[in-house]
Ligand binder design. Structure first.
Ligand code: AMP
Ligand code: MG
Length: 294
């Protein structure tokens, strides 16, 4: 998932806490080995390689997450689209090589995206791509899923207060950071606004995800072209927004913060209507959560 995860566990028994954290890290690694689009040995890669040729039986957990991703795709009107893989690869290559984007190449590759072309059979737990050359990319939801699963592992140790983050941008928290706080106080700051205010969001048994294009863009023609793609055009979503989504589930927060970059400010209402447990904060450009807590 191309980021570092961090775990904080609170309790009296350091050995017990250490075991819980170790198990939670193992769980995150296990999820990475299922979901990475860039690891040829992952279950997702096996699906991507074969589903253009016919129905592929999919590992249960990956299948369930693709169903969740499909629901979010539907409810966001396609702003979150887990089939952006081929377009994402194209832009990554241009960014790495410093090459100018080629609109005709985008048009061509856009013929191979769209969740409506992913044919799911729940009875046989199989997936087939209706259009050859498609690729599922769970990069916008996988970090959140890993955070949720890691917290579940920690919960099995009966630990009541814990925080797990993926790359500081997706954070799940249970209980509170200490007896004096209501929950975990997460500072969200804007590095482009020197001396700018830090907004504090308190999480208790909730998750937060922040999406922006601050550190993964490439500059072309005076524009910052980021890593979140607008599925309507195949071009990066505007790079001047930073969105924070709070939800009961880190999986959902992660996917929706990505969708909210595509939808822009006016998308807040759509998201809140479709997902009643969700809160959306729109920040100025470049805002990222600071080290995790304040
Ligand atoms: P995040 O950092 O959670 O916002 O996720 C960004 C990653 O999700 C990108 O690096 C792509 O792999 C993938 N992605 C890009 N655009 C979209 C989109 N519109 N819907 C779903 N996933 C996307
Ligand atoms: Mg995301």
């Amino acid at each position: 998932m191309a980021c570092q995860f961090g775990i904080t566990v609170v309790g009296d028994d350091p050995e017990w806490l250490g075991r819980a954290a170790d198990d939670a890290f193992d769980e995150i690694e296990r999820i990475e080995s299922l979901l990475s689009m860039y690891d040829p040995t992952s279950d997702l890669s096996a699906l991507n390689r074969a589903a253009s040729d016919g129905p592929v039986e999919v590992e249960e957990e990956v299948f369930e997450l693709i169903l969740v991703a499909g629901t979010i795709w539907e409810k966001t009107g396609g702003a979150f689209d887990p089939t952006m893989g081929p377009v994402v690869r194209l832009w990554r290559r241009w960014r790495a090589e410093g090459t100018a984007p080629d609109p005709s190449a985008i048009d061509k590759v856009m013929q191979r995206v769209g969740m409506e072309h992913v044919l799911v059979d729940v009875g046989t737990r199989t997936i087939r791509f209706a259009v050859p050359g498609m690729e599922i990319d769970l990069g916008a939801i996988g970090k959140g899923y890993a955070v949720d699963r890691a917290l579940e592992v920690i919960g099995a140790y009966h630990i009541k207060h814990a925080l797990v983050h993926g790359g500081t941008s997706t954070i799940g928290a249970v209980g509170s950071m200490n007896s004096e706080t209501e929950g975990w106080r997460i500072g969200v700051t804007d590095p482009t606004d020197e001396g700018g205010a830090t907004e504090v969001i308190t999480l208790r048994d909730e998750a937060l995800a922040c999406s922006n294009q601050d550190n993964q863009y490439y500059e072309f023609g005076g524009r910052q072209l980021g890593h979140v793609i607008d599925p309507r055009t195949g071009w990066p979503a505007p790079a001047d927004l930073s969105m924070v989504v709070v939800s009961a589930s880190a999986t959902r927060a992660d996917a929706l913060s990505t969708a909210s970059l595509v939808l822009g400010r006016s998308g807040e209402e759509t998201l809140i209507e479709a997902f009643p447990d969700v809160r959306v904060h729109c920040l100025s450009q470049g805002a990222t959560p600071s080290a995790g807590m304040t």
